[in-house]
Design a protein around this ligand. Structure first.
Ligand code: NAD
Length: 346
């Protein structure tokens, strides 16, 4: 198969295919763009059914990181890596060390981190072979779990959306329907509750939803019923592709902002939301707080400055909303254009 002609190839700077049978390692590292700094993006471990599927995933994810980094205003570019293996049965220290050596060979052009199928302990193993790792635990020299900062960023996006949709500058009394009370979702529930918002939550794991009921007096609904809640805001914090042909028409909310990656099943669902008068804050902008944390960890920036920078996500959201209105396009399109101006500007 040809990479340069693959549908998801978008001028990526470098795509590295790794094969080290002795360590059980088959992997692909994709560097999309380094105009703003070294390419940062997680390492996904997944038993892809085919090489083509792995190539598609790594190209798409690396490109997405460039856009996210540009809008988070971090000195980083976009990259990603995938290891073609089952994380439950095939992950070994030898495999992770081998991956670390290949990453190290890229001379700080790519910095890895955790993703689906890998965790902070795996990053500590990779770090034995390279310093190009982020999302490390504090005991391993990192800045710890980025989820609280991701949640703080989503809160900014919700604030900007509520102001645009309702002319309200705070979240007191605003009803938020939150999908997925995991690591980010629970932190977001706390921040929303402190801001005086009313919460309805849905999670496929009832115990996770119950945590928000017990801690913040949230109301819990069946996971699939979350789309139908009569709330002002819908905050997707679970899976991707949740804004699709089946769900957009069901939403009662006038604002959508959440942590989940790739919320739009297809770009046209951004138009579908706009046509329904729903203010959509693009996922990769709303959830950029974690990346701001990773930037601080990599460059050893002052940790207190991270909070201020994450709060800047609100201003970025306002910029996107204004650009979308001026250009007469959906917010996801306006956001992509702004990101492209930034990273192509060099
Ligand atoms: P997590 O695994 O801790 O939480 C996900 C939660 O969603 C779990 O409680 C899970 O039970 C629930 N869930 C799964 N499928 C669901 C469904 N169909 N309906 C309702 N609930 C469902 O993950 P997380 O770290 O909180 O991340 C949440 C999302 O945000 C993910 O898409 C992740 O990629 C994205 N994200 C996370 C970070 C971060 O800092 N952790 C940063 C950027 C983006």
């Amino acid at each position: 198969m040809s990479v340069f002609e693959a549908p998801d190839y978008d001028g990526h700077e470098q795509v590295v295919f790794v094969n080290e049978p002795a360590a059980g390692l088959r992997a692909i590292i994709a560097i999309h763009n380094t105009n703003q700094g070294p390419a940062l993006g997680g390492c996904r471990m997944w038993p892809y059914a085919s090489e083509a599927e792995a190539v598609r995933d790594v190209l798409r994810l690396a490109r997405g990181m460039t856009y996210k980094a540009a809008m988070a205003k971090v000195k980083l570019g976009g990259g990603k890596s995938v290891i073609i293996a089952d994380p439950y049965t095939q992950k070994t220290p030898e495999l992770l060390h081998a991956m670390g050596r290949w990453i190290d060979g890229l001379n700080e052009r790519y910095i890895t981190g955790e993703d689906i199928g890998t965790n902070p302990m795996d990053m500590a193993e990779i770090k034995r072979e390279t310093r190009c790792v982020s999302c490390l635990r504090e005991e391993d020299g990192g800045y710890g779990d980025p989820a609280p900062m991701t949640a703080l960023g989503v809160l900014q996006a919700i604030g900007a959306g509520v102001e645009r949709a309702f002319g309200k500058t705070d979240l007191n009394g605003v009803h938020v329907a939150l999908q997925g009370v995991g690591n980010v979702g629970f932190n977001l529930c706390r921040l929303l509750s402190e801001a005086g918002a009313r919460l309805t939550v849905g999670d496929v794991l009832a115990d996770n939803a119950e945590r928000a009921v017990a801690a913040f007096g949230a109301e819990a609904v069946e996971a699939d019923a979350i789309y139908d809640v009569e709330a002002e805001v819908f905050a997707p914090c679970a899976m991707g592709s949740v804004l699709n042909d089946d769900t957009v028409g069901r939403l009662k909310a006038k604002v959508v902002a959440g942590a989940a990656n790739n919320q739009l099943a297809e770009d046209r669902h951004g138009d579908a939301l706009a046509e329904r008068g729903i203010v959509y804050l693009p996922d990769y902008v709303a959830n950029g707080g974690g990346l701001i944390c990773c930037e601080a960890e990599w460059y050893r920036l002052d940790r207190d400055a991270v909070t201020d920078k994450v709060k800047g996500i609100r201003r970025t959201c306002v910029e996107i909303l204004e650009a979308a209105a001026d250009q007469g396009v959906a917010t996801n399109v306006a956001s992509d254009r702004l990101a492209e101006q930034r990273f192509r500007g060099g």
